[in-house]
Design a protein around this ligand. Structure first.
Ligand code: DX5
Ligand code: ZN
Length: 217
């Protein structure tokens, strides 16, 4: 099954409930939730107050992407705040294997995100422990950036590795996903496409979500 995860980073925070309801009513299966600390990335987004609003109102999987240093400090708190999937950056995790076990022990699925310059070979010794690999297709920090084409070959190589090991690990692509590149990303082996700007700057966000999903068929 292919999945669309609209990124609420691009939502209208003055009318957040309205955008949450739009996603609830759409064909999207997940909410993608970008938490930034202004240290790991050059931007600060939001934290637990927004998680609380989502927890109350969102009716779909909360896919939380932590762009923060020392993410292991907040695993329990995000579990309590309703995260279903918790993704930490490999570049921010000194003891990644331990963090992955802690995420699962807290009842969540465990994700690892890789910046564009980080090779997938850095994952080889933990791949069995990972439920989702988030390949960043932009440098994290902001919505609305341009897709980095090198991501395509990373998807293919990672997909081959996952299949050769007989794993169910999901590949998520985050950044610069558009109606023009979604099909090639799905074809290369992506399971989940995050979409911020493409969805929220569209005249009809709900229809755009359907169009993105249709590109997987
Ligand atoms: C970037 C975030 C992305 C972002 C994607 O640091 O991790 O999830 O919201 O936004 P678009 O789809 O606009 O590139
Ligand atoms: Zn993200």
């Amino acid at each position: 099954m292919k999945i669309i995860a609209p990124s609420i980073l691009s939502a209208d925070f003055g009318n957040l409930n309205q955008d949450i309801d739009m996603i609830n009513q759409s064909e999207a299966q997940w909410f993608h939730v970008d938490v930034m600390d202004g240290v790991f990335v050059p931007n600060i987004s939001f934290g637990f107050p927004v998680m609380k609003s989502l927890q109350k109102r969102a009716e779909k999987t909360l896919d939380v992407h932590l762009m923060i240093v020392q993410p292991e400090r907040y695993i329990e708190e995000f579990a309590k705040a309703g995260a279903h999937i918790l993704t930490v950056h490999i570049e921010a995790s000194t003891h990644l294997h331990r963090s992955l076990q802690q995420i699962k022990a807290a009842g969540m699925k465990a994700g690892v995100a890789l910046n564009p310059h980080t090779p997938i070979s850095s994952l080889m010794d933990v791949l069995e422990d990972v439920d989702l690999v988030c390949l960043m297709s932009v440098n994290p920090g902001f919505g609305g950036q341009k897709f980095i084409p090198n991501t395509l070959q990373k998807i293919k190589a990672l997909k081959t590795e996952i299949e050769s090991r007989g794993l169910n690990t999901l590949i998520e692509i985050d950044g610069g996903v558009t109606l023009d590149n979604a099909q090639s990303l799905f074809n290369a082996g992506a399971d989940v496409l995050v979409a911020g700007n493409t969805v929220f700057s569209a005249e009809n966000p709900k229809a755009t979500i359907s169009q993105l999903l249709a590109l997987s068929k």
